[in-house]
Design a binder for this molecule. Structure first.
Ligand SMILES: Nc1ncnc2c1ncn2[C@@H]1O[C@H](COP(=O)(O)OP(=O)(O)OP(=O)(O)O)[C@@H](O)[C@H]1O
Ligand SMILES: [Mg+2]
Length: 1038
């Protein structure tokens, strides 16, 4: 939707447009929800976790490209109905591109920036895909049309440059000479401002030529991306169009620079672990984008009248080059692109905030107009003088042959010079055209080959770069690898690619691939080591992560859309082959496949995204002989909080030293940071070639290394409910690892006791926990022994500690470390005291567990120490819990896992028990009154009173006993529940195995529900019996 009637006054503010793209395949498959809506030029975004919470932003232009469109016969995405809300490429151009075009012709500098997260549609809007041409090609098309139509009034010269900024290095995408190390330099000139020294400027005179140059630039970009193993989404692409208009009649020249910028994906590094990395961020990668954000913020503040001392243009290459575009002499437009999916909420919100700031920026654009070049002007003036003198000489009739000759010579020389200056442009143009024709011939040749032979084409993470490299497999055998030493070799680069990596064979119209021993080849997600025949549209992964799509013989192609085989498809296929797919994740969690939990989806996406990075990190570690291996893990897959609710899942990377078996766990953010640093090291040491710095890095700067820290191995739950009844609990609890593995068995006790630590007896058992309210509660946590420690079994030089945090105790506490023992005795006893039990504590005891965390220690890492900061103690040296103002959230009931719902059901039963207890008491007092009023005989009366006196304690004791039985049986039910949650089919299970698993699972479930039923029924029966007996004994109804 477009905002109409833009005011002239706002012209020099940066204009901001926002565009929402359709769901991509991944989002569609996952049943994502659209959280963006647009009305007029307002855009609203809804928080998927809290749908009431939505934010509205207003921009100059908003584009709904999410729905309401179809693909027409030419492959163009157009609105389904005329006048529909769908914004196609043409309407976006009409608003944004046309303005750039008009401004450039008027002599203004103009800039168009695309900002948004990876895959949000920046390149779609800027460059376009196939027939859906983006702003840049259309702009060039229109520009040359206009130039043609105005050629009588002016002479126009167009120069085209294309560059990439990656890691603060500038790379000329049109340069044919080999790249200089460190890239091109950015220099500053008084008049021109910042510019790239030595950047190729290609003269152009038609749109087709520009398109050709863009294709060439994209090719270079692709080659660089595959060679450098760089994450392409981190590079910025800039196109600079220099337009020069010479108005000979008016003796005026107008010049305009058009900057067209497709920025790198704007992902914020979500600090999932929130811990800062020991090594500074792989900063250069992000520097340009971060600085751009800082410049925009500073300019936005300035526009709001705040005092801004410094605008950090000079801090990065990108902002140097965009200085005039932001707050300077340029008419600037930013298009912010968004994914509509719930899963991208955080990123989309951050893009909208960024765009909101950008729209405040004020520029001061002026027409870049100057008198036509001095030299030509001077020469023309001199010629005029010469002509005058010559005519005077002629009039005077003086015979001054020599002088006349000399004057004529000068005149001719000057004219030649003028012509030379004017033809220079044409010469340049001719040269460029020749170059262009050569390129064109290459492309025509490639197109011909595509119609004749099978080939493989590259698939890149950045869809813009996919399909650029095509390697033809003509008849016969072809080696593929790094080596380029024979006419029958296909040269590719990339991590983990060997000199001779594999052999393609094309014989009798069949194509096959044979991996060379030791090289990694994956076909359709499955690693292959022997010759395998390829079918049209097979997916190949060579080395660590070089992805190619095989295109069969032309007769096998049936005009199908290949775009679905994108980078995501490859990665999902690899993950699925490893047994990791969205279904399995959801099934594990009991979600129906078509209703995946957004947090699980986020994990799934992260996993897919990090998977190739982990493969690459492993390859770099191998080549640099670092001796560490990386592996993705899902944190908290099987973990729950103290209420038994599932913990939020996240991705972590397990780093293992192959030799010493030392282990580190890195957060996602830390790994991503380290991966960029690793690339830098790798680039320097392996790719750097001759003279590269190969000195080993000191440990403190080595991205592969970290000091050892204790590792969280898993947790066990010790339910606290028995404490509310002052019943002791002795349990063997399973310590479960993040992915559901059994890490150990822990013997633990909860012992209600006196202030001095003497265990309470049966008489102290409570029927109604509310009796605890306001009273002192003392209990001891006893950690007796840890058995079957998997962590120590794996390497004997390891140790463990148990950590726990009780209710509102401000610090986690740890048992002393025990080393080198698979079944260590802990013998750890610690007493807690609630001086006046609050309702919060009581609720906590009734519905929460004490989470016992198992921490793994490794030789050389420091042990965990209990900090006693803020911890209060009683006279007896017990730790005080339940201080006033215990946070309220502990009482908040939130629905969730199976365990909590079964606990809720039990609570209801307990509530009923409490009610019947209260009813019994009422009855008792009624009885008492009846008895008092019916004092007919002393004997009789005494007899009844005796009976009543003995009734209450015996009844209470029976209740207590029933409850005790109940809690003990619940403990085993809980154990059964945990076993059920961890029960998973084996990874290698075939159909039969799966069937067996299902049978076993059904049996376990049945067993579980029977046990649960049994517990509750026994309790109900016991209570009913007690009530019956009591009534019988009271003799009222007997
Ligand atoms: N408005 C749209 N209509 C249809 N498809 C779109 C639209 N926007 C984006 N897409 C599709 O989404 C995919 C990703 O888009 P694109 O390559 O433009 O993302 P990007 O923001 O440039 O990502 P990167 O940061 O990785 O370069 C492409 O396949 C593209 O065709
Ligand atoms: Mg892009």
């Amino acid at each position: 939707m477009r905002a109409r009637g833009m005011e002239m006054a706002s012209k020099d503010c940066v204009q901001v447009a926002v565009r929402v793209r359709p769901f991509n395949k991944r989002e569609r498959d996952a049943g994502s929800r659209c959280i963006i809506s647009i009305t007029s030029n307002n855009i609203s975004i809804q928080d998927p976790r809290n749908p009431q919470n939505s934010r509205i932003f207003t921009f100059d232009y908003t584009y709904w490209s999410h729905s309401g469109f179809s693909r027409n016969k030419d492959g163009l995405f157009v609105s389904e109905e005329t006048g529909g809300r769908y914004a196609d490429q043409a309407s976006v151009f009409l608003d944004l591109g046309q303005g750039i075009h008009d401004n450039a012709l008027l002599g203004y500098n103009a800039t168009l920036l695309a900002y948004g997260q990876t895959g949000s549609g920046k390149s779609y809007s800027m460059v376009g895909y196939g027939p859906n041409k983006g702003l840049i090609p259309t702009l060039c098309d229109r520009l040359f049309q206009s130039i043609k139509s105005m050629q009588d009034s002016r002479q126009c010269q167009v120069f085209f440059s294309m560059l990439e900024i990656y890691n603060e290095q500038v790379l000329d995408l049109l340069s044919k000479t080999s790249r200089s190390a460190g890239g091109l330099r950015v220099r500053e000139d008084q008049q021109r401002g910042f510019y790239v020294e030595g950047l190729r400027r290609v003269p152009c005179d038609c749109a087709a030529q520009v398109e050709q140059l863009m294709e060439q630039g994209t090719r270079t970009r692709t080659t660089v991306a595959t060679h450098m193993n760089a994450n392409s989404s981190r590079s910025h692409m800039l196109i600079i169009i220099h337009l020069k208009q010479i108005f000979s009649k008016e003796c005026i020249t107008k010049q305009s620079n058009i900057y067209l910028v497709d920025l790198a994906g704007s992902e914020r590094q979500r600090s999932s672990g929130s811990e800062a990395d020991r090594l500074k961020e792989g900063t250069a990668i992000n520097l340009s984008l971060t600085t751009l954000g800082n410049v925009i913020s500073a300019l936005a503040d300035m526009a709001l009248g705040k005092k801004v001392v410094h605008i950090p243009y000079r801090d990065s290459v990108l902002t140097k080059l965009l200085q005039s575009a932001l707050g300077g002499n340029s008419r600037t437009v930013m298009i912010a692109t968004l994914s509509p999916a719930d899963i991208c909420y955080e990123e989309s919100l951050s893009t909208l905030r960024y765009a909101e700031r950008a729209k405040r920026i004020q520029n001061k654009a002026v027409v870049n107009e100057s008198p036509t070049e001095r030299l030509v002007k001077e020469l023309k003036a001199e010629n005029a003088k010469l002509v005058l003198r010559l005519s005077r000489l002629g009039q005077e009739g003086r015979k001054a042959d020599d002088e006349t000759k000399e004057l004529r010579r000068l005149l001719t020389h000057n004219e030649l010079q003028i012509r030379a200056i004017q033809t220079l442009w044409e010469q340049h143009l001719q040269e460029a055209l020749k170059d262009w024709e050569n390129q064109y011939a290459t492309i025509t040749q490639e197109r011909r080959m595509m119609q004749m032979h099978p080939y493989i084409m590259n698939i890149n993470e950045d869809a813009q770069l996919s399909g650029v490299v095509k390697l033809f497999i003509q008849e016969g055998e072809w080696d593929i690898g790094l080596a380029d030493n024979s006419p029958r070799s296909l040269c590719i680069r990339g991590l983990g690619i060997q000199d001779k990596h594999a052999v393609f064979s094309n014989q009798q119209r069949r194509v096959s691939i044979t991996p060379v021993a030791g090289s990694k080849v994956i076909v359709n997600g499955v690693p292959v080591s022997k010759r395998i025949e390829l079918q049209h549209l097979d997916r190949l992964v060579l080395g660590s992560n070089s992805t190619y799509l095989f295109i069969g013989f032309p007769s096998e192609r049936s005009g199908e859309d290949w775009s679905r085989y994108d980078y995501d498809y490859f990665q999902s296929e690899l993950a699925a082959a490893e047994g990791f797919h969205i279904q399995s994740l959801c099934d594990d969690q009991g979600h129906r496949p078509h209703q995946p939990d957004p947090s699980l989806l986020a994990v799934f996406y992260d996993y897919i995204k990090l998977m190739p990075m982990v493969t690459e990190a492993n390859q770099m570690s191998k080549e640099l002989k670092k001796g560490v291996e990386f592996k993705l893990e899902i944190k908290n897959l099987a973990m729950s909080d103290s209420k038994g609710h599932d913990l939020e899942k996240d991705i972590a990377v397990r780093v293992t030293s192959v030799e010493s078996k030392q282990v580190w766990m890195w957060s996602k953010a830390k790994f991503v940071n380290r991966k960029f640093l690793m690339e830098e090291v790798y680039q320097q040491q392996v790719v750097g070639g001759e003279g590269a710095d190969r000195a080993p890095l000191p440990r403190d700067r080595d991205p592969f290394w970290d000091p050892l820290e204790p590792l969280h191995l898993g947790s066990a739950h010790l339910w606290l409910q028995s404490l509310a009844f002052r019943i002791p609990l002795e349990e063997q609890v399973d310590v479960v690892g993040p992915e559901g593995t059994e890490e150990a068995i822990l013997q633990a006790q909860l012992v209600p006791c006196s202030p001095t630590g003497l265990p309470l007896g049966e008489d102290d058992i409570l029927i109604d926990p509310s009796e605890l309210l306001g009273k002192r509660l003392d209990f001891q946590l006893v950690l007796d022994q840890c058995c079957g420690l998997r962590w120590v079994k794996e390497a004997r030089n390891r140790g463990v500690q148990i950590g726990f945090q009780v209710f509102d105790c401000p610090q986690p506490l740890y048992t002393p470390a025990v080393w080198h023992n698979v079944n260590p005795l802990l013998d750890h006893r610690i007493q807690f005291t609630a001086l006046r039990t609050s309702q919060e504590l009581l609720n906590f005891l009734q519905s929460n567990a004490l989470v016992l965390e198992l921490w793994g220690l490794q030789e050389g890492c420091s042990e965990l120490v209990s900090s006693m900061d803020g911890v209060k103690m009683t006279q007896e040296d017990n730790i005080i819990i339940d201080k006033i103002n215990a946070s309220e959230h502990l009482t908040a009931e939130t629905g969730g896992s199976d365990l909590s719902s079964s606990l809720r059901a039990l609570h209801q039963d307990l509530e009923q028990l409490r009610n019947s207890n209260a009813a019994l008491r009422k009855e008792n007092s009624a009885l008492r009154e009846q008895l008092n009023s019916a004092r007919n005989g002393v004997e009789n009366n005494r007899g009844r009173q005796e009976r009543r006196g003995s009734l209450r304690p015996s009844c209470d004791a029976e209740f207590a006993k029933a409850l005790k039985v109940f809690y003990h049986s619940m403990t085993s039910v809980r154990g059964q529940l945990q076993r059920l949650r961890r029960h998973k089919p084996s990874e290698e299970a075939d159909l039969l195995g799966l069937r067996l698993f299902v049978d076993e699972h059904t049996y376990l479930l049945k067993d579980f529900s029977e046990q649960l039923e049994q517990c509750v029924t026994t309790l109900k029966q016991d209570v009913a019996a007690i009530v019956r007996r009591k009534r019988e004994k009271s003799g009222i109804w007997s």
